[in-house]
Design a protein around this ligand. Structure first.
Ligand SMILES: [Zn+2]
Length: 241
């Protein structure tokens, strides 16, 4: 009886020890890389820092700090967005280093025309993309990125932008407001006034001449060419070093 009890106690202890080690292992893995829907998603600040040392292009830079003349209007830090909630605690815009350099070149080309960039959104943590997908009606999901693939925003390689008059700070007339789910938001929609078509073309030209590609569904969204080289990230702005 005593022996039996002792064996059962030992096996419990062994099991306890093994599961303890397993839990520690799993916890350390989840702080390194979050694997969701078979995607590699970086959620560890330490992992991000290590990668940034190995490859300086990996670093997410504060766009406003690097290009002071750019105007930020981060709708997702306000209630004024399609989700109706402030999904960001701080109104910041980050992007990978080469993306910021490309934006700097865009801004330089625009300034010559008396224009400038206004940024609505840039790097977006993966968990926000999941939230947007969940709250978007089925017939409008064309307008939001699927969490099955993640968004180029999650990679720090996409920006949502418009043009402003540098002197007045006013936005130029564009086909729709930001995040509109109307067909008019398509980047090639043509049934629009001439000045709107011209403004959209100016924006598209400035972006495509400097390393960005047009996104068919949204006139304001541009992907940085070479986005495939960057991980999906799920680190909040406040945690970025
Ligand atoms: Zn976008």
């Amino acid at each position: 009886m005593l022996k039996k009890k002792w064996i059962s106690c030992l096996s419990k202890t062994r099991w306890g020890k093994t599961s303890f080690i397993a839990i520690i292992f799993l916890l350390s893995c989840s702080t390194q890389l979050k694997k969701e829907r078979n995607l590699k998603i970086v959620s560890s600040v330490n992992y991000y820092k290590k990668q940034a040392v190995l490859n300086p292009n990996y670093i997410l830079l504060d766009i406003k700090k690097n290009i002071p003349t750019v105007v930020l209007d981060i709708k997702y830090a306000t209630l004024n967005n399609f989700s109706g909630t402030a999904v960001y605690k701080t109104a910041k815009a980050y992007a990978r280093k080469p993306v910021v350099i490309a934006l700097e070149n865009v801004q330089k080309s625009l300034v010559k025309q008396g224009l400038g960039l206004k940024i609505y959104d840039a790097y977006r943590p993966y968990s926000v993309t999941v939230k947007f997908w969940d709250i978007t009606p089925a017939d409008k999901k064309d307008f939001v990125a699927s969490p099955a693939k993640g968004s180029r925003h999650n990679r720090g390689c996409a920006v949502d932008v418009t043009l402003i008059n540098l002197k007045t700070g006013e936005e130029l007339a564009m086909p729709t407001p930001y995040d509109s789910f109307l067909n008019m938001a398509y980047a090639d929609y043509t049934n629009l006034p001439n000045n709107v078509l011209q403004n959209r073309k100016n924006l598209q030209d400035a972006m495509t001449h400097n390393g960005f590609s047009i996104f068919k569904q949204e006139w304001w969204h541009f992907d940085f060419d070479g986005w495939q080289a960057y991980d999906l990230m799920d680190i909040k702005f406040e945690k970025l070093p």
